[in-house]
Structure formats: C-alpha cells, structure tokens
Design a protein around this ligand. Structure first.
Ligand code: ADP
Ligand code: MG
Length: 494
C-alpha cells in the first residue's frame, strides 16, 4: 500500500520543534486552550498574517489571572501587543474565564519551558526541559498517547504542499541539485543516482527539493514514499524500542520504494540510531530502492559519522546547493511576490536581495512580512515603508561596509593605487576597477549616487550611474569578470 503523507497540517520543513507548554498540572489544559486560540486567530487573520506575526508565539506560564505569551523579538512583541493584544485576551478569557490578562514578553535565550511529552508523540524521548523553540502552527487535536500502535502513516511526516518543483526557482547555485532531484523523481533508483545526497547551508532549499521529489512521486502514483527528518527517525526508533515494536518499525521502513531522510547531520554522535539507519539504508539499496538524504555538509566533511556510512552515502550522486547569488535572490523574490498577488516594486526586491544574502528562508520571511503589512493597511509597498517594517531584520543584516573599505579591497584586487580611486586618470586599467568600486558602493551601502560620486574624487552622480550600468552590462557578458565582482562582494560582505 502506498504510504501517502497526509497533508492536513501545513507543517513547515522544520517540524519536530513542537514541544511547548506551561508548567504545572494545568499544562495539558492550557496547551489545548492555546491550540484552539491559535487556531481561531489563524482562521481570523488568514495564513499569511498568522505566519508572519503570530506563529512564533510560545506559551509561557500562568500566574493568577494572567497568562504569559513569549515572542522572540521586541519588535514582534510590540507588534503583537498593539495589533492582537485585545483579541488574544478576549479569546483566552472565553477559553478559561479565570484568565483575564495576557502578558506579552520577549524571550531570553536562557528561557526554558517544560517539554510537553505528548506534543509530538515522541514518547518522552526528550524528557529534559527543552529550549524554547518557536511554536509550530497550531497543532490539530493533541496526539494520541499510544502513538506507536498507530497506522503506518504515522511514520512519515506530512509533505509541505508549498514545496514543489513548480515553486522552486532554479538558478546557477542550485541547478545541479535541482536536476538531480528531478531525475530521481522521474526515475527513482537509476544507476548513479542512488543514494542522492543533497547538501548545502541553512535555508538554501534542501527540504524544499526533497518535498518536491515526494510530491512528484506521489502525483505519479504507484510508489511508496517515506520522508522524515533524521531527528524524527531517531525519535521513532527510540519509541519503537520502548514499545518493543522495532520489528514493525524496520519492516515498515524497509518496505518503502523511496526513503528520504532530511538533515542527516543530526545523527552525528547518536551511534545506535546511526547503526539502525545504516542497516535500513543497506537493505533498501540492496533491494533496489531509492534513498535521498540531505545534510549541511558533504559526506566527506560530515566528521563524526561512521566511516562505512559516510562511504556509502558518497557512492551515489552528491549534489551541492551553493550560496545564492544576487540574481537568484531576485528571481526567488519575484516569484514569491507574483504568487502573493501583491505588487512589490522592483526597487524593493533589489533592496531586499542586497540586504538579506545568507538564507532564502529569511528573505522569504521579510517579503512575507511586507506583504502582510501591505494587506493589513492597504497601503502600497515602498522603499521607505520597507525600511520601516523590516527595521529589526535589516538591522541584523546591516553589514556597514564603508566606501573606503570597498575602495581599498578593489584596489588591492586589481593592484592599483588607492589614490587612483579618486584620481582623474582614465586609463582602462584604472577606470574599470574604479567603476567596480562605485558599483559595489551602490550595492553594499545605503549611500546616494551624489554621495558616492563625492568619495570618488568629486565625480558627478551621472558618472556613478554610468559606472553601475556599465559594470552590470559587463557582468552579463563576461563570466570571469562577474566572478571577480561577486568574489569582491562576498569578501566585503563577510
Ligand atoms: P533547507 O532545508 O536547505 O534549510 P528549505 O528547503 O527549508 O531550506 O528552504 C527555506 C525556505 O526557502 C523555504 O520556504 C523554501 O521554499 C525557500 N526556498 C529555498 N530555496 C528556494 C528556491 N530556489 N526557490 C524557491 N524557494 C526557495
Ligand atoms: Mg531543511
């Protein structure tokens, strides 16, 4: 029977971080009340707004007639307080009449809340207090206590329906990984592609690609797919040991056609689970089934993983997802803005793509917040409103590169004198680097064109404008030159 991941819960790829509750005997009651309230809020404000503002609320303790809700940043706390404070109080009061007030607090890094054992059906595998983690979307009904005797579908995490090949934007940094993923989805277990090992930094699309493979296979039908994070794999395995159902666990996993394990680095140092995974892996590959694994590093760099597992992981296709380029970030933002139906000016997209460079998830989060804000107030998005609304995010990404730094790095790179950045010399060997420095100054700082011009020997702002478009043109035509400029940018950004 095909194991079709259920999709009733729009869990994000980082599911599994679901433990949250208030302390004390009332905890179950409170958690349930909170689940219902969060569900109500979500229905009232809509998905986008909910995800942007409310999803990260973590339930804290109750003291007298006051319940505490915690948020990761001051900005979010203030926003939630001003926009949703009254509504949250009213809903709490409806659920539990004894509660009359809602206190909103900023989480401190050291804050802990007791893990709620039933929260994710992990059977108390994490009995120790868990760090505060962002709350997942309001959970549906609470988990049944005898999880392990549940149906097979319990063994797989639901796929996020937003993560498909259609919504994955392809560019240079990810085109190889994308092609491999597509290939596996079209023809699982082909020679040379088994296992498929996807690796890359946080938020670059590994989980998205894995879910896309799953979605595509399920769409085609006739194939059973199991997807889960390595963390979940471990929890399931431990739960199976406790309930003496390891045979079922193994049988189930060894019966699927395609097994996908996300974030394998989690298994480092977890020897028993690694061993179990190794055996499952071998059994499946020997039976001609497909394995897809993701991790944050390549197999050879995953030190701490058992050698024989590492070797086997590297035997199929290893595909690296590289850091995003500016172009890819723009394409992703354009795609997401279009899908949202809200008009986001090109200037704003460029601004975001310059400012938030590390992680697509953060880029997406920033855009979502802008869109939610525009929807909420019915005002068009502008560069100014963007800086306002994203104030906290932008501050965190502010690199504070100075024009002097840019001039210095660029001169060093092309071996010219620093003074030539502001000299009147027009020889190509000098003029070109100067143009690149102007271009980078425009990209990496918030200085205006006239300000930049002044720093380059009092040149006119039209000269800077010309330099920017000239460099852009050259980058399109000359890949070696484009790489040089990108390299400089990365050095300056880091
Ligand atoms: P990872 O698993 O590598 O940490 P994810 O797959 O969870 O990253 O991606 C983080 C977020 O960024 C997701 O919402 C995903 O949809 C989005 N994302 C990443 N890369 C792309 C891309 N190339 N096109 C569209 N969305 C992307
Ligand atoms: Mg992931």
């Amino acid at each position: 029977m095909p194991v079709t991941p259920s999709s009733e819960m729009p869990l994000s790829s980082d599911e599994g971080a679901g433990s949250q509750s208030a302390s004390g005997g009332m905890s179950g009651l409170l958690t349930e009340a909170w689940d219902r309230i969060a569900g109500r809020m979500r229905a009232e404000v809509g998905d986008v707004e909910y995800r942007t503002w409310l999803q990260q609320i973590v339930l804290g303790p109750v003291d007298g007639d006051e319940v505490t809700l915690m948020l990761p940043t001051r900005f979010l706390r203030d926003w939630v307080r001003s926009q949703y404070g009254d509504r949250l109080s009213a809903l709490w009061n409806q659920e539990i009449p004894a509660i009359r007030r809602v206190e909103l607090q900023v989480m401190r890094p050291g804050d802990v809340v007791a893990a709620s054992p039933a929260a994710d059906g992990e059977g108390g595998a994490s009995a120790a207090p868990a760090e505060v983690t962002p709350a997942p979307a309001a959970r549906a009904a609470s988990a049944p206590s005898d999880r392990v005797s549940d149906t097979r579908s319990d063994l797989v995490a639901p796929l996020d329906q937003r993560f498909t090949f259609d919504t994955f934007v392809v560019g240079k940094p990810n085109e190889f990984a994308y092609a491999c993923a597509r290939r596996v989805a079209e023809k699982p277990s082909s020679v040379g592609f088994n296992p498929l090992f996807l690796y890359g930094g946080v938020g670059l699309g590994k989980t998205h690609l894995m879910h896309s493979i799953g979605a595509e296979l399920i769409r085609r039908g006739g194939i059973s797919v199991a997807y889960m994070s390595a963390e979940k794999f471990m929890y399931r395995f431990i739960a199976a040991i406790r309930s003496q159902s390891t045979v079922e666990f193994k049988d189930h996993l060894r019966s699927v056609d395609v097994l996908m394990i996300d974030d394998l680095q989690f298994l480092i140092g977890k020897d028993n689970t690694q061993e179990e995974f190794f055996h499952t892996f071998n059994a499946l590959v020997d039976a001609g089934r497909q394995i897809v694994v993701s991790a944050d590093k390549s197999p050879s760099d995953l030190s701490g993983l058992e050698d024989r597992l590492r070797t086997r992981l590297g035997c199929g296709m290893v595909a690296d997802i590289h850091a995003t380029t500016f172009e890819l970030r723009i394409s992703i933002l354009e795609a997401k803005a279009t899908a949202s139906g809200v008009v986001v000016p090109g200037k704003v997209l460029e601004f975001l793509a310059h400012k938030i460079t590390t992680n697509v998830r953060e880029l997406e989060g920033a855009l979502n917040r802008l869109i939610a804000h525009a929807n909420l107030f019915g005002r068009p998005i502008t560069l100014e409103s963007t800086q306002d609304v994203l104030h906290d995010i932008l501050k965190a990404h502010d690199r504070r590169v100075t024009i002097e730094e840019i001039q210095r790095k660029v001169s060093e790179h092309w071996n010219i004198r620093l003074t030539d950045m502001s000299s009147a010399r027009r020889a190509r060997a000098v003029a070109r680097p100067r143009q690149v420095a102007m271009y980078l100054a425009k990209q990496l700082t918030s200085r205006s064109l006239p300000e930049i011009g002044r720093k380059f020997g009092n040149r006119d702002h039209t000269t800077v404008m010309h330099a920017v478009s000239r460099v852009q043109e050259l980058m399109e035509r000359d890949t070696a030159f484009a790489e040089d400029v990108e390299l400089l940018r990365r050095m300056l950004e880091s």
